[in-house]
Design a protein around this ligand. Structure first.
Ligand SMILES: [Zn+2]
Ligand SMILES: [Zn+2]
Length: 443
């Protein structure tokens, strides 16, 4: 596989003398599979340069696959400036996570409405196919792709690409679920099941391209913004036994010299762990060639799993703090969910049986029965629907021992206070979409 970085910056484009070496354009990475299949990861402002290069390099046709992690500005602002989309005869497949009731095509058309841009989506010359994705595996050409949800205040997918025996994992705009997500002593598992899942997503990659927007010192002021401190990106890569780590999504405030210092700190961290992991900061224009090895025969090309549109879901919110109940209700109703509420454990259990909600958000500490007791009661029900409802515990503690006890009791995940409404909305979408893609299909 060949990889070329066209945009490495996070949040907002930052051209100028302070970002000359690592680049000022926002997220865009070109990947070529062993058969030449063109995959473009994200469509930030870096896509402008890529589009120009493709058109001027090329023959008349330029087809490709554009995989968008999520539709925050820094991942789609290059879309209306990506030249291959304007050329009749080209075919582009565009992929992004499909949230419940919100389609990719509508979101991209939104940023091309008359008030924002002179050309509408419908006027693009190329033929475009939109794919709203959920987690899962599919193939394009000789590249096998695994899509997995990230932790971000918007529903976001990471992409793991496998071709010619090489693996590139693209994981930007992700925040660890627990502090020091994978820094554990030998044999000790990560404290949070979702962080373990993330490590498995990156496992044995030849190249991990990872969100590294902050430093560990900056992180306490940025908790909940949906990004990883660079040092913890190293911990993830070490736990995953990756060969190379490209720090990516550089903060717009970090100039080239500051990026150099961060890289040095990350290399020291990898060396201190006794690892041969190669760490560098992704730089605009940089190219990497991953030499083909152990090439397996690619499987048949299968269509990606589509995100399904669904009717309104009911969500049960149980918390004895009326402020939390109100905050969660307002956030969830914005996405069209029906919310039922309880302020003690006994009522929560009763409502779960009567309302059969699609998801339960449950405070750990409540009068009557606490969150853990409610969890154990539901997991012991005879009715498989109740036994399997995704159940998220709201807690003020993110300590590893408590977390492990909860997972053992059957908790699906945690929501740690304080949280931001955007984060809750994205996580709820991920929990529900994951549940749907795991559920057996109706005959
Ligand atoms: Zn971003
Ligand atoms: Zn984002």
């Amino acid at each position: 596989m060949d990889v070329r970085f066209w945009g490495t910056r996070g949040s907002v484009a930052k051209p100028g003398p302070t970002t000359l070496r690592y680049g000022g354009n926002t997220s865009c990475v070109e990947v070529r599979g062993v058969d030449g299949t063109l995959i473009v990861l994200d469509c930030g402002t870096g896509a402008h340069g890529l589009g120009q290069a493709l058109v001027s390099a090329g023959g008349p046709r330029c087809d490709g696959h554009l995989m968008i992690t999520h539709t925050h500005w820094d991942h789609i602002q290059g879309f209306p400036f990506f030249a291959p989309l304007f050329i009749p005869g080209n075919t582009w497949d565009i992929y992004a996570p499909g949230a419940l009731g919100q389609q990719l095509e509508r979101t991209l058309a939104g940023q091309m409405e008359y008030n924002y841009f002179p050309v509408t989506l419908a006027q693009l010359g190329a033929s475009i196919r939109f794919h709203d994705l959920v987690e899962g595996r599919f193939a394009v050409g000789a590249v096998r792709i695994t899509a997995q949800y990230l932790n971000h205040p918007a529903l976001a997918l990471g992409y793991r690409l496998q071709s010619g025996g090489n693996v590139v994992a693209y994981s930007v705009d992700h925040e660890p679920h627990a502090p020091n997500p994978a820094a554990r002593r030998d044999g000790e598992p990560p404290g949070h099941g979702e962080d373990q899942r993330h490590v498995e997503f990156l496992a044995d990659a030849d190249l991990v391209i990872h969100d590294a927007q902050y430093t560990v010192e900056e992180y306490p002021q940025k908790t909940g913004w949906g990004h990883t401190p660079a040092e913890w990106a190293v911990d993830y890569a070490l736990a995953a036994r990756a060969k190379r780590l490209a720090l990516f999504h550089h903060d717009p405030l970090r100039d080239d010299d500051a990026v150099d210092r961060l890289v040095e700190a990350c290399r020291r961290r990898a060396r201190a762990a006794g690892s041969a992991l190669q760490v560098f900061a992704a730089a605009e224009g940089q190219e990497l060639r991953l030499i083909e090895h152990d090439a397996t025969v690619p499987g048949p090309t299968s269509p990606p799993a589509p995100a399904m549109s669904v009717g309104p879901h009911t969500i049960l919110v149980a918390d004895d703090d009326p402020t939390i109940v109100r905050l969660l209700t307002l956030a969830l109703e914005q996405d069209g969910f029906r919310v039922v509420t309880a302020n003690d454990g006994k009522t929560a259990l009763h409502l779960a049986r009567v309302e059969r909600p699609a998801l339960i958000l449950l405070d750990w500490q409540m009068p009557g029965a606490d969150g853990m007791e409610v969890t154990r009661a539901l997991r012991g029900e005879a009715d498989p629907f109740l036994r399997n409802i995704p159940l998220v515990l709201i807690t003020a503690q993110s300590g590893a021992e408590n977390t492990a006890v909860g997972f053992a009791a059957g908790v699906t995940d945690y929501l740690t206070k304080p949280f931001r409404p955007a984060h809750v909305r994205a996580r709820v979408q991920a929990w529900l979409m994951r549940r749907r893609s795991e559920a057996p299909r109706a005959p």
